[in-house]
Design a protein around this ligand. Structure first.
Ligand SMILES: CC(=O)N[C@H]1[C@@H](OP(=O)(O)OP(=O)(O)OC[C@H]2O[C@@H](n3ccc(=O)[nH]c3=O)[C@H](O)[C@@H]2O)O[C@H](CO)[C@@H](O)[C@@H]1O[C@H](C)C(=O)N[C@@H](C)C(=O)N[C@@H](CCC(=O)O)C(=O)O
Ligand SMILES: Nc1ncnc2c1ncn2[C@@H]1O[C@H](COP(=O)(O)OP(=O)(O)OP(=O)(O)O)[C@@H](O)[C@H]1O
Length: 448
């Protein structure tokens, strides 16, 4: 990649990841782009945690910080890609695996969109470090204090209510704070601990100058900030709400499955757990064994949140201020509209979407067909469920007294959209063995 400083154009030859620096609750993640021996860009991302790390065992703290530095590096690396990476301070074998897997899978969509398969073969120059000392692994203990990540959408709300209902001591966590997140915490009546993440503004300058841009595995970053927050505040378990559907990809390309949601997948959850040191909080996804449609069915019961949640990602842009409305014109809005419809009275659903009926909007048809897996259409690069879930939703709507006569369902394009009893059962089934939940949380997930 050619980088531009003033009028100068420089060929970047290496992207370097430095050791993170921590001072109390402030973490600085430092990166550099180099042209030969020369540093042409220096970048620093700052994460302000909602509590200090001063009292945390440095053997645990430092290893988690190093994983965060690796995960967050991809936001900047992508602007110079394809280019080799370097970690001048060295990497342990576990850290190398974490970085390489995250780059290959987490930047899959970026590589596809930018037609840059070279990203899959990114070389990482780093001396091998011995595994550092860590506390002795503690015997398995039941989770007690849970830090639940909140994204402002339906999934985390289902988790909050599930673990609270089971009697756990629960705190809430977010990276940055947007109105749907703070309102969710207010409805829950549970303390929200927000970390603040500030990207280096140089990235925006590079983007404006035409640097390669695209999706990054943001859940990997959020997960590690959550683990650090749990360490700072004394929570033993970090709970995400990544569902079964997120393990499925969008498209096969260059011998790989490209999955927009890879850092929400079971594969990533396994990788992160294998990379965290002994003594770190347990990291789990409570909703791993259930589908989006099953989550939507449960969320329909949580009516107190219906006026505050937002799944539409357009509400979460870093540079466009805070928005709370649903755009009613993106894959996420279409998906949530379709999946909540079978479980809500018609008026209640329309109220969530500002009175708009997305089935009646002709411009949304192709988008709905994408979700349903229509021939030749790509599953959107968004956090949406699988086509079989969407087909089951349509089948349920055909039986719903308030929806069954809707002209949308009579469209010729939907004539073939049905679901057998076995398909329906499969979509709502608990995925036995396809999760990493300890027994006490598995019981909670079964009740979702
Ligand atoms: C809100 C959103 O969807 N953002 C994606 C969008 O970025 P956009 O330029 O429209 O707005 P910003 O989010 O404000 O970002 C400004 C630029 O900053 C860079 N950037 C941002 C965050 C980050 O962690 N690293 C970054 O490098 C990036 O250059 C932006 O241009 O399009 C971008 C390009 O495709 C996406 O990268 C933005 O996605 C954010 C990282 C984001 O937070 N997205 C989540 C809403 C999201 O997609 N979550 C996934 C979870 C799956 C996963 O972990 O992969 C989901 O809901 O499926
Ligand atoms: N800003 C954030 N801070 C902390 N956790 C987040 C943030 N954004 C998303 N998450 C978490 O990441 C996981 C995946 O996010 P996702 O958007 O799928 O969930 P959601 O917002 O709860 O629900 P929905 O699918 O309706 O958007 C969830 O556990 C969510 O809580």
């Amino acid at each position: 990649m050619v980088s531009m400083r003033s009028d100068e154009r420089v060929e970047v030859t290496e992207f370097a990841i430095a050791a993170p620096v921590v001072e109390g609750a402030t973490v600085s993640l430092r990166y550099a782009a180099r042209a030969g021996e020369r540093t042409v860009e220096e970048l620093t991302e700052v994460v302000e945690l909602p509590g200090t790390l001063d009292h945390v065992d440095p053997r645990v703290r430092d290893q988690v910080l190093r994983l965060l530095a690796l995960a967050a590096s991809l936001s900047y690396f992508k602007a110079f890609a394809p280019v080799p990476m370097a970690v001048p301070g060295g990497l342990t074998a576990r850290e190398r695996r974490f970085l390489e897997e995250l780059t290959r899978h987490g930047l899959g969509e970026f590589a596809y969109v930018n037609q840059m398969p070279e990203v899959f073969a990114t070389t990482v120059h780093a001396d091998e470090l011995p595994e550092p000392a860590a506390p002795a692994p503690a015997p398995d203990a039941d989770p007690q204090r849970l830090l639940v990540a909140v994204g402002g959408g339906k999934d985390s709300i289902v988790s909050i209510e599930a673990v609270r209902g089971a009697g756990f001591d629960v705190g809430l966590f977010s990276v940055n704070s947007y109105t749907p997140i703070t309102d969710t915490a207010a409805v829950a009546g549970i303390d929200l601990h927000s970390a603040r993440r500030r990207l280096d503004p140089t990235l925006f300058r590079l983007n404006e100058a035409g640097a390669p841009n695209g999706h990054v595995p943001v859940t990997a970053v959020n997960s590690l900030v959550a683990v650090l927050t749990a360490l700072a505040l004394g929570y033993d378990t970090v709970v995400f709400s990544n569902e079964a559907s997120s393990s499925f990809g969008n498209v096969d390309w260059h011998g790989r499955t490209i999955n927009h949601q890879w850092s929400k997948s079971l594969e990533f959850e396994r990788l992160l757990r294998a990379s965290l040191p002994a003594g770190a909080p347990t990291y789990v996804s409570l909703l791993r064994p259930v589908t989006e449609l099953r989550i939507a069915r449960r969320f329909a019961d949580h009516t107190a949140y219906h006026r505050v949640f937002t799944s539409c990602n357009r509400a979460f842009k870093l540079r466009e201020g805070d928005r709370t409305t649903w755009c009613a014109d993106c894959p996420k809005c279409r998906f949530v509209f379709l999946c909540l419809a079978p479980f809500l009275p018609r008026e209640a659903l329309l109220a969530i979407f500002g009175g708009r009926d997305m089935f009646a909007d002709e411009t949304q048809l192709t988008g709905f067909l994408e979700l349903l897996g229509a021939e030749g259409l790509l599953k959107p690069f968004e956090c949406v469920g699988e086509p079989d879930e969407c087909r089951v939703a349509v089948a349920l709507l055909r039986e719903h007294p308030e929806w069954r006569d809707h002209p949308f369902l009579a469209r010729p394009e939907l004539a073939e959209v049905t679901a057998t009893p076995a398909e329906r059962e499969g979509v709502f089934a608990f995925r036995e063995g396809e999760h990493l939940l300890p027994p006490a949380l598995e019981t909670v997930a079964r009740a979702v």
